[in-house]
Design a binder for this molecule. Structure first.
Ligand code: GLP
Length: 241
């Protein structure tokens, strides 16, 4: 495990963007696993700028997002579809047909989960998976207790996640109670992982994830078992290591 500690959120975002750019430079048809949340916003801004400046070419890149809420239309302002188009896809030269997110409105969520796994396999697997972390240690929407063997599945969100994510909605009542998420096994199958976190409020969970026991109670602790993971933190997030 390589851990890079940057002074600020901006430096963390640039370091993570540089790692992503190097991956795409090495392999033009890279398959990226992408994440939502506040943490990757700066990274996405850097990728947009690097694409505009001709430093990264997304024309051969394929993406799979980690997760999506169940029941929100794609165009809903709080859907992860909308987040990804607003923050990244609308501003880079990626092909529409190469963008994948789980469909949280699929008539059969069970079939959707199976189809998502099959699409990832058909694309040749994920080369570089970007991850943030929830306050309770979740990755994607894999909440504490999720088996490490899980593949893409429907998740019941915990109260703490509903509360944390309610900042994007008008009230906690509007936050969907379920989501479709890649499983922990799906994530661990990625050839390389880029794990990012910033801010004091993530310091405790980062210490548990990287230095604590590997346990399903802290889903991100499984990352200690990945053979090729780079962790990029700002000083605040690294302050309990
Ligand atoms: C959501 C997402 C996760 C993300 C987490 C943390 O729950 N499903 O993929 O890592 O939020 O988000 P933030 O970066 O806003 O702290």
């Amino acid at each position: 495990m390589e851990i890079i500690v940057c002074k600020t959120y901006q430096e963390m975002s640039q370091a993570a963007a540089d790692i992503t750019a190097r991956q795409i430079d090495r392999k033009a048809n890279t398959v990226l696993g992408l994440a939502t949340g506040s943490t990757p916003v700066g990274l996405y801004q850097n990728l947009v700028k690097m694409n505009r400046d001709g430093i990264i070419d997304f024309s051969g890149v394929t993406t799979f997002n980690l997760d999506e809420y169940v029941g929100l239309p794609k165009e809903h302002p709080c859907s992860y579809h909308r987040f990804m188009f607003d923050n990244l896809f609308d501003h880079i030269n990626i092909k529409m047909e190469n963008i994948h997110l789980p469909d949280g409105q699929a008539p059969s969520l069970e079939n959707e989960c199976k189809a998502y796994e099959q699409m990832i396999a058909k694309a040749g697997g994920i080369d570089l998976q970007l991850l943030g972390v929830g306050h309770n240690g979740h990755i994607g929407f894999n909440e504490p207790g999720t088996p490490f063997e899980s593949v893409t599945h429907v998740v019941e969100l915990t109260q703490s996640t509903i509360q944390a994510n309610s900042r994007f909605f008008n009230s906690p009542d509007e936050v969907p109670r379920r989501a479709v998420s890649m499983g922990i096994k799906t994530i661990m199958h990625a050839r390389k992982i880029l794990f990012i976190a910033s801010g004091k409020e993530k310091a405790g969970i980062i210490s548990k994830a990287l230095k604590g026991p590997v346990t399903t109670e802290v889903p991100s602790s499984v990352l200690q078992l990945h053979p090729d993971i780079t962790v990029v933190l700002d000083e605040d997030a690294a302050s309990c290591l």
